[in-house]
Design a protein around this ligand. Structure first.
Ligand code: SF4
Ligand code: SF4
Length: 433
């Protein structure tokens, strides 16, 4: 049992990549594929010995009643099902009494079959399916090694998960091919893919030879600096009117937490980060899945224990730097409380007054968080009253019915539709959404 350093976090998130960057597909924007260069000549397969070491250390390092074992790639299912069966056996062997183990896996879904689904169901896996929307936008970049679209194969995997009652969410990158189709994408996930949990991830892909986070140019596959915000705003407008409480969009949940005064639960919108690390197939640990590169190498868990690396000064500094390197422009920003400057990986443009380190997506974040301010205040107010956030839909509907008059009849104790956060009886009843 390793000594837990005093400054170690009680819990952390670790994405383990048992096949490294290796994948059966060849998605055009995938930043992982270039990481194969980090390990020339490697077979990119986590050994059984390392698997046991990793699971043991992970479970020993946590001081929480639940520990998540999270698999990521490349494509982790390339390891074969027996690898994950052994992982579950090791987890059972090394978990502390009373500790629950939760499993997640991010996959392109193309290799799933009945056996995989039965295993996921048996162990209550949460399966993340990578899919970018309906066929024409998904297939723009998510192709196989022959350049063919993969939509049909991904949907086959998703349907299998549904048939077997496996819990799943969808992870959708927002890129140049789908940035202008927010409602097509969202409605497809909601109505055709049956998704109840949706994560959107902006593609900001640096245009350089190294594949690392360096240089100031982005590829033409990247989402436009203002389009990420307009995409989120359009989806939000639909969601807030009809899907609150039935569809969960990670960015909206994180934003609502900020408005309600809770931690966002998403590192990108936290003041600091550093508790979401990445483990390579050979035991090398890196500060974050977006920084699997030499400058952010922490050590190998077969030489230094996982928890020592997680609590190392290098990693703690990585996490603190998210806040300490914020430009003044962010520090004075009205939406800093929710944005916190975004992910450091995307902070490579200049502020209007020439300071370095502004987020490439700043324009999007400013616009999006300003756009959702009033409904977010309404929902936060509902939560503070011990009510459900989904009541916001009634308030908005009532407001829109009488929008000609710009006033609504809400109950005396309902939140005012103007979004002030006050009760209707103490406010104006005007609609500002
Ligand atoms: S660098 Fe970005 S993705 Fe990585 S932990 Fe920090 S905020 Fe999260
Ligand atoms: S919106 Fe822009 S200026 Fe404001 S905190 Fe976010 S990145 Fe910084």
């Amino acid at each position: 049992m390793p000594l837990i350093p005093e400054n170690a976090p009680p819990a952390f998130h670790l994405l383990a990549k048992p096949t490294g960057a290796v994948c059966n597909l060849d998605c055009k924007y995938c930043f992982f594929l270039s990481k194969e260069k980090l390990y020339p000549g490697s077979r990119f397969r986590m050994t059984d010995e390392l698997l046991e070491t990793y699971i043991k250390q992970l479970l020993e390092s946590h001081r929480t009643p639940e520990v998540t074992i999270a698999w990521q790639g490349g494509e982790p299912t390339l390891m074969g099902l027996d690898f994950f069966r052994r992982a579950a056996e090791y987890a059972e062997r090394y978990r502390k009494p009373g500790v629950k183990v939760a499993y997640t896996i991010q996959t392109n879904g193309t290799l799933l079959d009945k056996e995989w689904c039965e295993f996921f169901r048996e162990h209550d896996f949460l399966v993340g399916i990578s899919i970018d929307g309906p066929e024409e936008v998904h297939d723009a970049y998510r192709t196989d090694k022959q350049g063919k679209g993969t939509f049909g194969r991904v949907m086959r995997g998703l349907r299998l998960l549904q048939e077997h009652g496996v819990e799943y969410n969808v992870l959708c990158t927002v890129n140049a091919a789908n940035e202008s189709k927010p409602l097509d994408v969202y409605r497809f996930f909601r109505d055709e893919a049956g998704a109840r949990f949706i994560q959107f991830i902006p593609i900001v892909e640096r245009d350089n030879e190294t594949g690392f986070q360096e240089g100031g140019k982005v590829t033409d596959r990247s989402v436009g600096p203002e389009r990420w915000g307009s995409f989120l705003s359009a989806v939000f407008d639909e969601w807030v009117r009809r899907d609150v409480g039935t569809v969960f969009v990670q960015h909206f949940d994180a934003a609502l937490a900020a408005w309600a005064g809770y931690p966002p639960g998403l590192c990108v919108f936290s003041p600091t980060c550093g508790t979401a690390l990445a483990l390579e197939h050979n035991g090398d640990l890196y500060s974050c899945d977006h920084f699997v590169e030499p400058d952010h190498y922490l050590g190998n868990i077969t030489e230094t224990s996982l928890i020592e690396l997680v609590a190392s000064e290098k990693q703690l500094k990585f996490g603190r730097d998210k806040e300490s390197t914020l430009p003044q422009y962010c520090r004075k920003c009205p939406v800093l409380f929710v944005c916190h400057g975004g992910c450091p990986k995307n902070r490579f443009v200049e502020t209007p007054d020439g300071e370095t380190g502004l987020n490439y997506l700043c324009e999007s974040y400013r616009a999006f968080f300003t756009h959702i301010d009033r409904p977010m205040r309404m929902m936060a107010d509902l939560l503070r009253q011990g009510r459900y956030a989904d009541e916001v839909m009634q308030v908005l509907a009532a407001g829109e019915e009488t929008s000609g008059k710009r006033t609504v009849k809400a109950g005396r104790n309902d939140p005012c539709p103007c979004g002030s956060g006050l009760k209707y009886k103490k406010c104006c009843g005007k609609i500002n959404v």
